[in-house]
Design a protein around this ligand. Sequence first.
Ligand code: GLV
Ligand code: MN
Ligand code: MN
Length: 414
Amino acid sequence: MKESKVDGGRLWASLMDMGRVGATSGGGSGRLALTDLDREARDLFVDWCRGAGCAVRIDRMGNIFARRAGTDEARSPIMTGSHLDTQPLGGKFDGVYGVLAGLEVVRALNDANIETEAPIDVVVWTDEEGVRFQSSMIASGIFAGMYDLDHGLSSADSNGNTMGEELERIGYAGPEPVGGYPVEAFFEAHIEQGPLLESEGKSVGVVLGAQGQRCYRVTVEGEEGHAGTLPMDQRRDALLGAARMIDAVNRVAFSHQPRPVITVGAIQARPNSPNTISGRTEFTVDSRHPDSDLLAAIGDDLRRVCAEIADAAGLDVNIEQTTHRPTITFDPSCITAIREAADGLGISHRDLYSAAGHDACNISLCAPTGMIFVPCEKGLSHNEKENAKPEDLTAGADVLLHAILGRANKESRR
Ligand code: GLV
Ligand code: MN
Ligand code: MN
């Protein structure tokens, strides 16, 4: 079926239509998980899938599975997909591309009257970004058996609304169990979110694996006081302590080679009042590195530098690890399928590792998994200006189509 191709114009039009749901003034999308905008995006996707003849199932974590039937329904599905939620000021491609490339594969198979033996599930994983409930990729993690369902359903946002309640509210608390059945293979297409492919003029990245990640919540305790009356040398200022720790945590990154990436991206000072000294400040730390031992050593360093600063300032500090994702190696047969699909189509490619986390990293723990990257402009992502070229998006979706076809085996014309 070498001649089968996706319709790149249709894929681009779907991306632009989806991007209008929660469009931001800077040209991106802002659709936090399980908000009304997330519901709107999900509804649009489900409508499109039903229009393409798929049967839609939803599990208890709100993961959506749109199935194109195979000729042998006893066979385990081949899955493809990604996420529809975005960062608060996110782009139109992160996650959305993988979902809509999967839908485009289904549409292209329909157009060409190609049947596959194995069914194909296009999946939307709930809350990949982890912005609102502060724990990314939790729903694919439950699918892969990494966490309990209750842990996911009880995760709460800053207003105390749980994922379980929000799934009910938006109508996506489905009846199906989360995972627990075999998946023949999972392929996720995604923008690279880094500069390598663009700088080398390659259309596709064959992803070999992903670096590990440890995230922490640091809570600094001091004492509230009056900004006008409490002398400077008598303060226990939690926000000031946090500021010093943030600088020290950044310097930890520069003390290791090869250099890890460490980010403090969110901070909350209590009571967050201009004329009250903060008595309690919390901030997040996201640390990533391909070497698991070094990642653990970085965690020890973080604890040490924060404790030293707290001691010197008469503060208390508590550091809780909130995420630990191991370094991931993708399945050799999926990697080969992607590489061979690109070769067969004459599409330029190179091997690389993912610096970002993806649902595919979780799914790789329960099913053979591979990822296809496409270049994005200047490697920019988690940014409203995130952009990608239609021809690269089309090339990635063509590779996805052929990797799936190869795996679905024994495809035949109707
Ligand atoms: C996913 O967006 C990540 O944080 O890597
Ligand atoms: Mn993503
Ligand atoms: Mn993202």
